[in-house]
Ligand binder design. Structure first.
Ligand code: RB5
Length: 146
C-alpha cells in the first residue's frame, strides 16, 4: 500500500505523528507537506493529494488540518474519492469496513496525537467487508458518473 500524506499549517504535528506511525508499520508513503511557517490554504494540499489517490498513483491518502473539515470537503470533490473525517476509533474501523474509504482526515485542534495515531493505525489496517456495502457504494459511484 502506498499512502499520500499532507497537512496545512494547522495539522503539521499530527502529520508528523502519522508519518512516524507509517515508518513503524513499514507502510510506504510520500509526505507532500506543508513545509509551512505561516498560514496556507488547505485546498492546495487536499486537491492534489486526492487526485493522486483517484488516479491510482497512490492507494490511500491522509490529510490533517485544524478541524479535518476543510480537507474532507475538498477531497470529496474529486471523483472516486471516499474521504472520511474521523475522530474516534469506532468510526475508523467502520469507515473502512463499510465505506471502503480511500482517504482519511483528522483535525489537530480536535484530537491529540495519541488518538490520531490509533485512528490511523485502525484505518490503515482494517479491510473492506464488501457484500451489501459494495452495493451501496456502487450507487454512489453510479451517481458520480452522471
Ligand atoms: C486553518 O485556520 C483552518 O481553517 C484549517 O486548518 C481547517 O480547520 C479547515 O477546515
Amino acid at each position: 500500500m502506498k499512502v499520500a500524506l499532507a497537512s496545512d499549517h494547522g495539522g503539521v504535528n499530527i502529520r508528523k505523528e502519522i508519518a512516524s506511525l507509517m515508518d513503524e508499520l513499514g507502510i510506504e508513503y510520500q509526505d507532500f507537506g506543508c513545509e509551512c511557517e505561516g498560514s496556507v490554504d488547505y485546498p492546495d494540499y487536499a486537491l492534489p493529494v486526492a487526485e493522486k489517490v483517484a488516479s491510482g498513483k497512490f492507494d490511500r491518502g491522509i490529510l490533517i488540518c485544524g478541524t479535518g473539515i476543510g480537507m474532507s470537503i475538498a477531497a470529496n470533490k474529486v471523483k472516486g474519492i471516499r474521504c472520511a473525517l474521523v475522530h474516534d476509533t469506532f468510526s475508523a474501523k467502520a469507515t473502512r469496513a463499510h465505506n471502503d474509504t480511500n482517504m482519511l482526515t483528522m483535525g489537530e485542534r480536535v484530537i491529540g496525537p495519541g488518538l490520531a495515531r490509533e485512528i490511523a493505525k485502525i484505518w490503515l489496517t482494517e479491510e473492506f467487508e464488501g457484500g451489501r456495502h459494495a452495493t451501496r457504494l456502487g450507487k454512489i459511484s453510479e451517481y458520480e458518473q452522471k
